[in-house]
Design a protein around this ligand. Structure first.
Ligand SMILES: Nc1ncnc2c1ncn2[C@@H]1O[C@H](COP(=O)(O)O)[C@@H](OP(=O)(O)O)[C@H]1O
Ligand SMILES: [Mg+2]
Length: 419
């Protein structure tokens, strides 16, 4: 009761000061103005204020519902279903690999997962655009490959029929499958709702028997807003230690498969990536790093994707003596978001390479919502609104907010020394 009286008094006081500030702004001292901000933020807490506090202190309370519930649910189910397909291909001997025009590999798993996810999005949100990594050109030319993908697409189903219905049920025909694949050709942009999809991120890891991820993000007016990542080969246990074996022992399926989700302003979660209904998710957050020299940093397995030499120089300047954890795909973002690792370094190898939006959008939402910060290697915000690539950015650095500045200063030092 006394608390209620105090709150209504505070409310009256805030309204009074607000009225003065509107009609007689010059009468308001800086102190009164600060008090007004404190009072209003206490009485009407903003989602951002809540997020900053909750990202440091993990809690088991359910996340507040503040919009994008349907987008998150559809994305989680779509990624869950596509992951069933990718797991089938992962465990089969032949992965139907083709070489793309940029000589990077693509498998029947990439095509099948993209078709399933885009069909789900178009069922739930027919007006939305999709920037997908793949298209149907190769499948239209290659009947054998097309039939293999069609078999996979028909076989991948969620156990829960209500969940299947939410994402539109099975794709009805080969033509519908090809159309779904081709619906990923959007050029992206700054306006409206655009999904960024990487059906199998870390294809080289997928082929090697390492980590890979099914990644989907909704961007609203160029801002990554919903992010979902399925990691079939990561341990379910958020607290499982992250060491160099993470990218190598993926054959052992016991206790593996995680589905991560995040919505801007609402925090990030993980849950097992099983075939059944979505499970109770756990809130995840980045680990506090009181001493950066004790941090665990992650980098690509592929030296062609991120400069191992520059990453090592940065780690050494930060006093980090532990060797890096190398793993493919956005499993790196997911791993630091749940506090298994701390820092993700992706220093550019080639000056001309433009990072693709589908390689980062989902991971960025996850890390930001878990209490981290992500920029390019020069500390510039990543601009997802200029098209299919991050053409105004070079490289990527992700770290907990508390140590971010310290890390980016060293990254810039190492980059400047090379200029
Ligand atoms: N020269 C390069 N520099 C940076 N990234 C590159 C690259 N060549 C390819 N990539 C991207 O690196 C992604 C994999 O990242 P990682 O090394 O973190 O696993 C690839 O995604 P796909 O595997 O979806 O093609 C591809 O888009
Ligand atoms: Mg990728």
């Amino acid at each position: 009761m006394p608390a209620q009286i105090a709150t209504s008094r505070q409310l009256l006081l805030a309204l009074l000061i607000l009225a003065i500030s509107l009609f007689f702004p010059s009468l308001l001292s800086r102190g009164a103005s600060r008090r007004l901000t404190q009072l209003t933020s206490h009485i009407f807490p903003s989602p951002t204020t809540n997020r900053a506090a909750s990202s440091i202190l993990p809690t088991n309370r359910p996340l507040p519902k503040m919009g994008y519930e349907k987008e998150l649910e559809v994305a989680l189910l779509a990624v869950q279903r596509a992951s069933i397909l990718t797991k089938t291909v992962y465990s089969s001997h032949s992965k139907g690999t083709l070489s793309k025009s940029d000589s990077s590999p693509v498998t029947i798993g990439d095509f099948g997962a993209q078709a399933l996810i885009i069909a789900s999005i178009k069922h739930a949100f027919p007006e939305d655009d999709v920037v997908g990594e793949e298209d149907a050109d190769d499948l239209r030319k290659n009947e054998q490959e097309r039939n293999l993908v069609w078999d996979l697409v028909q076989a991948a189903k969620l156990d829960d029929s209500a969940a299947e219905d939410k994402i539109g049920g099975p794709i009805q025909s080969v033509d519908d499958m090809l159309t779904a694949l081709d619906n990923g050709r959007s050029n992206g942009g700054r306006q409206g709702r655009i999904w960024a999809l990487d059906p199998i991120d870390g294809t080289k890891g997928f082929l090697r028997g390492g980590q890979y991820a099914v990644c989907l993000a909704l961007m609203v007016d160029g801002v990554p807003t919903v992010g979902v990542i399925g990691c079939p080969n990561l341990p379910i246990d958020d607290k499982a230690p992250l060491d160099s074996s993470i990218g190598a022992d993926a054959d052992d399926k016991e206790g593996k498969g995680v589905l991560f989700g995040a919505v801007k302003g609402q925090g990030a979660t993980s849950q097992p990536l099983s075939k059944g209904a979505l499970q109770q998710s756990r809130k995840i957050s980045m680990k506090a790093v009181p001493d950066v020299s004790q941090a665990t940093f992650c980098e690509s397995v592929e030296a062609g994707h991120s400069s191992h030499g520059d990453n090592a120089a940065i780690a050494s300047k930060l006093g980090i003596t532990k060797s890096s954890v190398r793993m493919d795909s956005q499993a790196k973002y997911a791993s630091i978001a749940r506090g298994a690792g701390d820092i993700y370094l992706r220093l550019p190898v080639s000056k001309s390479y433009e990072e693709k939006i589908w390689d980062h959008a989902a991971g960025v939402v996850l890390v930001q919502e878990a209490g981290g910060q992500v920029t390019d290697a020069w500390g510039k915000p990543l601009d997802f609104g200029i098209g299919r690539t991050l053409k105004d950015n070079k490289g990527v650095v992700a770290a907990p907010k508390d140590v971010f500045q310290q890390v980016i200063n060293v990254v810039k030092e190492v980059l400047s020394a090379k200029e």
